[in-house]
Design a protein around this ligand. Structure first.
Ligand SMILES: [Zn+2]
Length: 167
């Protein structure tokens, strides 16, 4: 079993202040996750579900993002998650707003991206979950290739935010 300490998880967040990272609600099941079976970690704050978090192992160690889930549009066609490329109904994917500054006192900016509302990208990629009634793209990738692509997409977003933080 491979886990990270609560302190390591809190330290991983690149786009919030140290103080804010101490206040992040990290559920017990997140702390006891066995990383050997995961691709990356994601969760929402059970008390304020608009607050969403992703943490992944990157070439720079453990890195995490603080995100804000915007309300899903009530109408519209299927949308693709930018992490796992799963097609979901319009409510199955949410716009996530990711701050590109450590605090709102700095020049505040954000990057928006569409991610599975339930943040279950790992389950979709492993074939453990499927969106109801949405036809998926035919893909010839093996599951290992899909897992690698998912991790690359998450790491890519983290790198993009990190790049914006430096500006
Ligand atoms: Zn997804």
């Amino acid at each position: 079993m491979q886990t990270y300490s609560e302190a390591a998880l809190r330290k991983s967040f690149i786009n919030c202040t140290k103080g804010a990272s101490q206040r992040i609600n990290i559920p017990k099941e997140v702390l006891s996750t066995d990383w050997a079976n995961e691709i990356f970690l994601s969760w929402t704050d059970p008390k304020s579900p608009q607050n969403a978090y992703v943490v992944a192992e990157t070439s720079k160690g453990l890195q995490g993002l603080v995100m804000e889930r915007k309300k899903a549009p009530a109408k519209g066609g299927a949308r693709m998650c930018q992490f796992c490329l799963t097609l979901n109904s319009s409510t199955g994917v949410s716009l996530m707003s990711i701050p590109t500054a450590k605090s709102s006192k700095e020049n505040y900016g954000s990057i928006g991206t569409y991610i599975c509302t339930d943040l279950e990208c790992v389950a979709y990629t492993l074939g453990k979950k499927k969106p109801e009634g949405i036809r998926q793209m035919e893909e010839s990738l093996t599951q290992d290739e899909k897992i690698a692509r998912l991790l690359e997409n998450v790491q890519g977003l983290i790198a993009r935010i990190e790049e914006s933080l430096k500006k």
